[in-house]
Design a protein around this ligand. Structure first.
Ligand code: HEM
Length: 420
């Protein structure tokens, strides 16, 4: 594909500052209307197609044969995982990390099914149901620590705390280690945000520490198996062989980022939306049975994963646009979740909304494995938070992450009891 047709396009969807400033809606609304399958040139790459409409995102997600996630075709991020994966992890300081990023999310069927199957037993409905009481106790404990204060940074005190505690439980690691998960996760997704990843050396050191930790866990679970996610990975066999250390670490990374960052952002973004739209919050206070539906709307509204990428494995066509073999195709969930054809009045935050299935968890082969754990955390959190702090209010503009991958808030100062 030639990049010249769109050389005068005044914006770049890859630019992380667009999302840091939360300005994406104006561009995506224009594109959905005028050019729903849009060629975005890149200064440092070959360019990529941007899918902005719901139906096109669904079509690409459900056709892994033509729209591949595989690392050999480039993987699931806009950058090429084979070329940039090592650099993204601070290869300069570390040495060769070339195989480290390979996990189920960068695989196609049938290989994908095998790797996903290793940890699906950890996400069955009975297992998730069994987590509820523990999650409620954690939420009460987290909120109880705020009893003697009126103000806090909601991200640090609440939104980040619950998902890392739950992830530590799923991994079967001591809760005292959970802060490491938080720091590693920030560094892993922070390639464009100097506050999260100050330098190559920083990510290299984080990565080395994380790998050591993961391998130590591997050894421990070999000797003392449990029923946690790490034990499932350690004792999985493919054609009679265990996972390679590289793939094990790749999966460890996927679970840390997937299980932590996204849920944190949904909790923070949900609390922000409820404080911005008090009439919606009142509906939940009047009728808490609406909270599960509100969780769905929060994930649509926040769309914490901005995009996933695929690569065309053959010449094809989408929305009347010819796509060539080898072209990158980026599926913007944040835009599909505002598609006017699927969500009437899409810029209205509406806790009673019952429209199309929101796409924040993706769809198809790679549909989020942890979606039910995330939904459970959000439901319980808002069930406990709303009656306790019915008027919670932000006291300053939120500070957002500089990233084109995670739509997130890194600081959100709130007054817990503004009218007391
Ligand atoms: C609100 C919270 C969450 C959101 C918005 C979210 C979003 C997503 C999305 C969009 C994908 C699809 C990737 C694709 O199609 O290429 C995905 C996959 C995945 N997520 Fe989540 N996620 C969340 C929570 C979690 C949690 C809590 C876990 C684990 C504890 C998790 C683990 C995973 C894994 C392992 C995959 C890869 C699945 C595969 O490739 O088959 N996620 N997630």
């Amino acid at each position: 594909m030639s990049t010249t047709d769109y050389a005068d396009v005044p914006f770049d969807l890859k630019d992380p500052s667009l999302y840091e400033a939360d300005r994406q809606d104006e561009f995506f609304t224009h594109l959905r209307e005028e050019c729903p399958v849009f060629w975005n040139p890149e200064v440092d790459g070959p360019g990529f197609w941007s899918l902005t409409k719901y139906d096109h995102v669904v079509a690409a997600s459900k056709n892994p044969k033509i729209f591949s996630s595989a690392r050999d075709w480039g993987g699931h991020r806009i950058f090429d995982e084979k070329e940039a994966g090592g650099a993204a992890l601070g290869e300069a300081a570390l040495g060769d990390t070339s195989d480290v990023d390979t996990s189920m999310i960068s695989m196609d069927p049938p290989e994908h099914n095998i790797y996903r199957g290793m940890v699906t037993p950890g996400f069955t409905p009975p297992r998730i149901k069994a987590l509820e009481d523990g999650i409620r106790a954690r939420v009460r404990d987290i909120l109880g620590k705020l009893d003697d204060q009126d103000h806090c940074d909601f991200v640090i005190s609440v939104a980040a705390e619950l998902p890392i505690q739950v992830l530590a439980e799923l991994f079967g690691i001591p809760q005292s280690d959970r802060h490491k998960l938080f720091e590693w996760s920030n560094a892993l997704i922070g390639e464009d945000d100097p506050e999260l990843r100050p330098s190559d050396m920083f990510i290299a050191a984080s990565f080395a520490e994380m790998s050591d930790y993961a391998m130590h866990l591997w050894q421990n679970r070999l000797e003392t198996p449990g029923d946690d996610l790490i034990s499932m990975l350690v004792h999985a066999r493919i054609d009679g062989k265990p996972l390679s250390p590289e793939r094990y670490i790749g999966t460890f990374i996927l679970l840390i980022v997937g299980g932590n960052e996204t849920t944190r952002q949904s909790i923070a973004g949900g609390a922000l939306a409820l404080s911005q739209f008090p009439e919606q919050r009142q509906k939940l206070l009047d009728d808490p049975s609406l909270i599960p539906n509100a969780v769905n709307e929060i994930i649509r509204w926040v769309s914490p994963v901005l995009h996933m990428r695929r690569t065309a494995t053959e010449d094809t066509e989408l929305g009347g646009q010819k796509i060539s073999k080898g072209d990158k195709v980026v599926m913007w969930y944040v835009s599909a979740n505002r598609d006017e054809d699927k969500f009437p009045d899409p810029f209205k935050f509406d806790v009673t909304r019952k429209d199309a299935m929101q796409l924040g968890f993706g769809i198809g082969q790679h549909f989020c494995l942890g979606s039910r754990v995330a939904e459970l955390q959000l439901r319980v959190l808002f069930e406990e938070l709303l009656p306790r702090y019915p008027n919670l209010q932000t006291t300053a503009p939120v500070r957002r992450i500089r990233s084109n991958f995670i739509r997130g808030i890194k600081e959100m100062q709130v007054n817990l009891n503004p009218w007391e």
